[in-house]
Design a protein around this ligand. Structure first.
Ligand SMILES: Cc1cc2nc3c(=O)[nH]c(=O)nc-3n(C[C@H](O)[C@H](O)[C@H](O)COP(=O)(O)OP(=O)(O)OC[C@H]3O[C@@H](n4cnc5c(N)ncnc54)[C@H](O)[C@@H]3O)c2cc1C
Length: 377
């Protein structure tokens, strides 16, 4: 009998888990991978789109390229998850699973920050990045704010990267002197687990005259006055607001009853939920790592090991380490790297590698190797 695995979400976590199971189980596997979209894109490709470095179509990868033994991809919207019976309902079908993996990522609540949806922009959705590509050329002078509205948020270095890339973009257009850039962040430093990466970023902000405002969130926006109101009541006028919206689990996950305090709790050793035969990986969980693709991918490996071991009547000995590597765009054609271990005692620990042109090639390889592994491209 084939093992019926249903994977919800074909992002970083879902793609990696599907790839491993297909490679290792082959014809013993009957895996259905469901996603509402027909294309995948890397989170960081939103910078390519918004700053006009690449057209939108160039960063999208069609799921139709993913041909793997034992795997069926279904482009469907999931409308109901029953974690007890392991039955999934989409707008088109019902699926029954022996093993269910929830990898549905994080969504955004644009209405949680009054004014964000009306008078401001955000760069965390693909649509938001596409809109900004049209809006940015019209910004010629004044104040730009990159503002985080809530934590946790995906890819903690991304707002810092946005500020540094904005500096390059405005410099290229010869209007940097006419513009101010401010970055509002809810943390005391740009990347708290890595003091060295934080120090390097703060130095880069100072060199570029980027105003870094730590320990603050944007709580609302007065779009008629073009003012951002921070969580201490202070105000910041702006001409361009680039927001990081509040993150939430997708509605279908919230309605499934699987969440506690907004996210799915899992056993951090093996990514099992409290429901037998049901795993959750990546941004949708509260596992204790940041919401980033590398961590979703690391979790996928451990969940896949456990699924395969249990299919053989065994227990997996792999334990999730909560470690991962993130690349940080410093601008000027240079990329830095932070290697972080989130489960190390007594607290998370990150080591920093200075920004260089050599790391540009390493980040490029990060993307191309996944494209090859997941899509055969
Ligand atoms: C600007 C930016 C830069 C980033 N840079 C990096 C980086 O450099 N490195 C890094 O590691 N991470 C980066 N990230 C974060 C990274 O993109 C995410 O953390 C990662 O994609 C999470 O993987 P996941 O598998 O948990 O979820 P996702 O990749 O978000 O996948 C979830 C999937 O579920 C699908 N889905 C959701 N709801 C439904 C439904 N009801 N029905 C059907 N399908 C559904 C979605 O369509 C999606 O494809 C960045 C993010 C942003 C916004």
């Amino acid at each position: 009998m084939k093992l019926r695995v249903v994977v919800l979400g074909a992002g970083f976590g879902g793609l990696e888990l599907t790839t491993i199971l297909s490679e290792k189980m082959g014809d013993r596997l009957d895996l259905t991978l469901i996603d509402q979209n027909d294309t995948f894109f890397f989170g960081y490709s939103k910078f390519d789109v918004m700053f006009g470095r690449k057209p939108a179509d160039a960063v999208k990868i069609s799921y139709s390229s993913m041909v793997k033994p034992g795997v069926k991809f279904r482009k469907e919207t999931i409308t109901h998850i029953d974690p007890v019976l392991k039955v999934i309902t989409t707008k088109n079908e019902k699926y029954e699973a022996d093993v269910l993996v929830v990898a549905l990522g994080a969504d955004y609540d644009m209405n949680a920050t009054p004014g964000l949806a009306e008078g401001a922009n955000q760069f965390y959705t693909f649509k938001g990045a596409e809109e900004l590509r049209e809006i940015l050329p019209g910004f010629t002078k004044g104040r730009a704010i990159i503002g985080v509205c809530s934590a946790p948020f995906k890819c903690p270095p991304a707002p810092s990267e946005c500020a540094l890339l904005m500096h390059d973009y405005l410099t290229r257009r010869g209007i940097r002197e006419a513009c101010e850039i401010s970055l509002v962040m809810p943390f005391g430093s740009p990347i708290p687990p890595s003091p060295d990466s934080s120090k390097a970023l703060i130095k880069a902000f100072a060199e570029r005259n980027i105003n870094f405002i730590p320990n603050r969130k944007v709580s609302s926006i007065d779009s008629s006055k073009k003012v951002a109101i921070l969580d201490d009541g202070s105000t910041m006028p702006f001409d361009l607001f680039l927001g990081v919206p509040k993150h939430v689990a997708p509605e279908v996950v919230l309605k499934s009853g699987m969440t506690e305090k907004g996210w799915i709790p899992v056993d951090k050793k093996n990514l099992k939920t409290k429901y037998p035969g049901v795993y959750a990986i990546g941004d949708v969980t509260s596992v204790g790592t940041p919401k980033a693709g590398v961590f979703a991918e690391g979790a996928a490996k451990i969940a896949a090991d456990s699924i395969m071991a249990e299919a053989n009547g065994d227990q997996s000995s792999s334990i999730y380490s909560g470690a991962g590597t993130c690349y940080i765009e410093f601008g000027g054609g240079k990329i830095g790297r932070v290697d972080v271990d989130f489960f190390s005692a007594p607290h998370p620990f990150g080591s920093h590698t200075d920004a260089s042109k050599a790391l540009v090639a390493e980040k490029e390889h990060f993307g191309t190797s996944r494209k090859a592994r997941w899509f055969g491209l």
